[in-house]
Design a protein around this ligand. Structure first.
Ligand code: 6PG
Length: 243
């Protein structure tokens, strides 16, 4: 199936489009199911989107009282550490909107890796969809590393994972190594998945990921194939320059 790619001049225009899609997903989910379940991404790319959502007019377009926020992955550092995906989203977005504290479902990142993974699987189970042990997210935001990883699914990581959440140790740039990540079977049950990809350093990898050649082992972003949901790629011109 031809990937649904939208190309934007720069990260600002990409983030504006992402904000509109975020609001659309939230409004639709709340109208139909009374709540909006969203999985946030870490990394630098989504920061501008989070800041947009935190300010007018976007912040007034979402009923944050009915939103529940989760993370697709988390670094196992203290919750106030700048390397924490929770800290990033809290400072850029969640501290600025009226989302109830009980609706923010952060990873217990001070636990040992295996315990943190089990604990988060229990958190997901509280919102499980029929026949699943985890929620059918209304929206999942994902990024992609220049090595083709997404969330904390890194090249060479096990493919036949039957757990919804796993502990991972990985070295990528100067980022914290110990992490937990949701696994493809959770991501792929989402109603809508949006990749946010920006920058020339992603261009070659993005071309490989979007090619017809399946290399899911070395390019984990290819493991993201929603069973029924929509998959959108929001990329800027630099990242799309080799397509
Ligand atoms: C993380 C993210 C990770 C990120 C990519 C891209 O915890 O860091 O889950 O998968 O999305 O590494 O990061 P950038 O947006 O900074 O390029």
């Amino acid at each position: 199936m031809k990937p649904n790619i939208k190309i934007f001049k720069n990260i600002n225009e990409l983030s504006l489009a992402a904000a509109q899609l975020f609001i659309e997903s939230a409004s639709q989910a709340i109208a139909v199911r009374g709540q909006f379940l969203v999985g946030l991404s870490g990394g630098s790319t989504p920061n501008h989107l989070y800041q947009l959502l935190a300010g007018a007019p976007h912040c007034d377009s979402i009923d944050w009282q009915k939103a529940h926020v989760f993370w697709g992955d988390e670094r196992l550092v203290p919750m106030g550490d700048h390397g924490s995906n929770y800290f990033q989203a809290r400072t850029a977005l969640l501290d600025h909107v009226n989302i109830p504290a009980d609706n923010v479902h952060r990873v217990q990142s001070d636990l040992e890796p295996a315990s943190a993974a089990l604990d988060y699987a229990r958190t997901l189970k509280q919102f499980s969809a029929p026949q699943l042990d985890w929620p059918r997210f209304d929206l999942v935001l994902l990024g992609m590393g220049d090595d083709g990883h997404t969330a904390s699914l890194f090249p060479g990581s096990p493919m036949d994972v039957s757990e919804p959440v796993i502990a991972v140790t990985a070295n990528y740039q100067d980022r914290p190594a110990n992490r937990i990540t949701l696994t493809p079977m959770v991501f792929n049950s989402a109603r809508r998945i949006i990749f946010l990809i920006s920058g020339l350093s992603k261009a070659v990898t993005l071309t490989q990921v979007l090619s017809d050649v399946s290399r899911m082992d070395s390019l984990p972003a290819q493991r993201i194939r929603p069973t029924e949901g929509e998959l959108l790629w929001l990329v800027d011109e630099a990242a799309a320059s080799r397509l």
